[in-house]
Write a protein that binds this ligand. Structure first.
Ligand code: FAD
Length: 155
């Protein structure tokens, strides 16, 4: 099986989109991620998967803290910004929750302390214990087969 076949197959799993944020040496850093899942209710745990080349990896290792921001459909540009997909970088303003930067108007902001981490091939899985969260109403930004949005009708 080649890499493209594997990536294409995994891309058939439709997801939401998050931006992971953290504060490291006084600087806010953000990274778009769709490898996010809820893990446990008691204690309340979530999981993210960070690539070995991502600058975010070292920052979470250093700080032991991160926030997950679940994006709304209106926040596609922010997803592109934090994936390095825009030609020009935008200045982004952040809100604060339990001392961590979070994305204003995201569907969910949640802050975590790293509970455990596991190296898995070329990614590191961070399990975070949730400290605090805020939820808002709205439609989610979705990602499917390498593109934003899912064109399916259930009617
Ligand atoms: P950089 O590449 O340095 O930063 C990412 C971008 O965010 C840059 O453009 C930077 O300018 C901007 N940025 C960072 N901080 C700020 C700030 N404070 N203000 C304004 N802009 C800022 N990778 C994974 O490892 N795991 C995943 O689950 C994952 N899922 C993805 C899902 C989607 C839909 C997409 C499009 C990409 C995904 N990626 C994922 C890839 C990942 O988002 C990129 O590789 C990203 O560039 C890696 O970020 P980095 O930490 O190396 O930082």
């Amino acid at each position: 099986m080649d890499d493209r076949e594997f990536r294409n197959a995994m891309g058939k799993f439709a997801t939401g989109v998050t931006v992971i944020t953290t504060l490291c040496d006084g600087e806010v850093h953000g990274m778009t991620a769709n490898a996010f899942m809820s893990v446990s209710l008691n204690p309340k745990l979530v999981l993210i998967s960070v690539g070995e080349k991502a600058r975010m990896l070292e920052k979470i290792r250093e700080t032991g803290r991160f926030a997950v921001n679940i994006l709304s459909v209106e926040q596609r540009e922010l997803s592109m910004q934090f994936a390095g997909q825009l030609k020009e970088n935008r200045e982004v303003s952040f809100d604060w929750l339990s001392g961590l930067p979070v994305i204003p108007q995201a569907l969910v902001n949640l802050t975590c302390n790293v509970y455990s981490s596991y190296e898995a091939g070329d990614h590191t899985l961070y399990v975070g214990e949730v400290v605090e969260l805020i939820t808002r109403e709205g439609e989610p930004l979705t990602f499917f087969a390498g593109k934003y949005g899912i064109n399916v009708s259930l009617d």
